[in-house]
Ligand binder design. Structure first.
Ligand code: NAI
Ligand code: MG
Length: 358
């Protein structure tokens, strides 16, 4: 199969982990007889430096034509003083919105050999395997007005959703639950927020079309607690934009490191943007020690969700699991037994495991 992929390395460790992703894509193409055309474009701080905007038109156009997009990370202290609408983050929010990527999928699954890398007790996280689905284009992050009022003495942010926006993400969640363990937890704050009451009504309406999926409603505060006390009780979790942002970072502690987590932002026709959950890690940028596995696992999500290449995705995920079983670890993983490796060495280890097995 021939696929066009746009690469957006961005800032900080973004370009380092993107190199790892390119090598993995090359290996998948070679092993499975595909052809991936990779095209690099600017976003975030790198784009501000070059084009004076975090999201150049050329980048938007290339992404619109692509079959899938892979992003590193954006942001860093260099651009912190810029006004809000000129900052690197605007590039990322902008491209999600431009492409209508409304569903952010964050699978959170601990690797057995990393159980002891989490600050949580092993028996609590053992067996947890959660798919968090976060609504990505509505809610507080986009609602207008969002401004200071009354001479700066008052402030308003707006939590706005249209019924259609809720329906499509909730449908996506039911469909995902069907492909997994048929259990859906809907997270809201229906005891306080009108938007949550509408969300809950829609979940109830939709559930009639998915009688094989068991639905549970949880208030977001209770969900935050249950996520680290009984994570194995979740299968698919769906929630609005801000709740999802917070809960998915919280869930990352189950896996041992932020550097391990992949994510996919998709829309209904399969086009998607894939990226590790972590940021540009300016504190370690340029040192060659970043953990590339969150990005490599994002490549696996791309293969699965945008290209329907299940065997290829599974081969990448298996290679990652085997590297960890062989004892390789990067410095963000707090383990002491095993072999501490660089970004490049971890990538090589993944490639070796891919070629040996396929
Ligand atoms: P961060 O995720 O960049 O880093 C948090 C901590 O985790 C740091 O100590 C970092 O060294 C470590 N870390 C993160 N990813 C790692 C990896 N792959 N390997 C090893 N260690 C890793 O979050 P932080 O420090 O809050 O933000 C740094 C910059 O990144 C900011 O400008 C922020 O706005 C931006 N950011 C961008 C995101 C994106 O592009 N999706 C998401 C989150 C933050
Ligand atoms: Mg976040």
């Amino acid at each position: 199969m021939n696929k066009q992929i746009v690469l957006l390395p961005g800032d900080g460790i973004g370009s380092e982990i993107m190199e790892s992703a390119e090598k993995v894509l090359d290996a998948v193409a070679g092993e499975f007889g595909h052809s991936f055309t990779l095209q690099e474009h600017a976003i975030g701080g790198a784009a501000i430096d070059q084009y004076d905007t975090p999201l150049p038109e050329t980048t938007i156009e290339a992404c619109q034509k692509a079959d899938a997009i892979l992003l590193g990370a954006v942001g860093g202290p260099k651009w912190d003083a810029l006004p809000a609408d000129k900052r690197p983050e605007k590039g990322l929010l902008g491209i999600r919105k431009e492409l209508g990527l409304f569903a952010n999928l964050r699978p959170v699954k601990g690797f057995p050999s990393l159980l002891h890398a989490s600050p949580l007790k092993e028996h609590i996280i053992d067996g947890s395997d959660i798919l968090i689905i976060r609504e990505l284009t509505g809610g507080l992050y986009f609602g207008k007005p969002s401004e200071r009022q009354n001479n700066g003495n008052a402030v308003v942010d707006t939590l706005h959703y249209h019924r259609d926006e809720m329906e499509r993400i909730i449908d996506k969640a039911f469909q995902s639950a069907r492909l997994r363990h048929h259990h859906l937890t809907s997270v809201d704050k229906a005891n306080v927020l009108e938007s949550s009451r509408m969300w809950r009504e829609i979940v109830e309406e939709k559930s009639k079309a998915y009688p094989d999926v068991v639905v549970e409603h949880l208030l977001v505060d209770a969900a935050a607690m249950k996520l680290i006390t009984q994570p194995d009780q979740f299968d698919v979790m769906v929630t609005e934009n801000m709740f999802g942002d917070i809960l998915s970072d919280e869930a990352s502690v189950l896996t041992g490191s932020l550097g391990m987590l992949p994510s996919a932002s998709v829309r209904s026709d399969g086009v998607g943007l894939y990226e590790p959950v972590h940021g540009s890690a300016p504190d370690i940028a340029g040192e060659g020690i970043a953990n590339p596995l969150g990005t490599i696992l994002s490549v696996a999500l791309m293969l699965r969700h945008s290209f329907q290449m299940e065997a290829e995705a599974a081969a990448v995920e298996r290679a990652v699991r085997e590297c960890l079983e062989q004892g390789y670890y990067t410095s963000d993983l707090h383990i002491t037994d095993g072999q501490l490796v660089s970004t490049a060495q971890m990538t090589e280890a993944v490639l070796e495991n891919m070629t040996v097995k396929s």
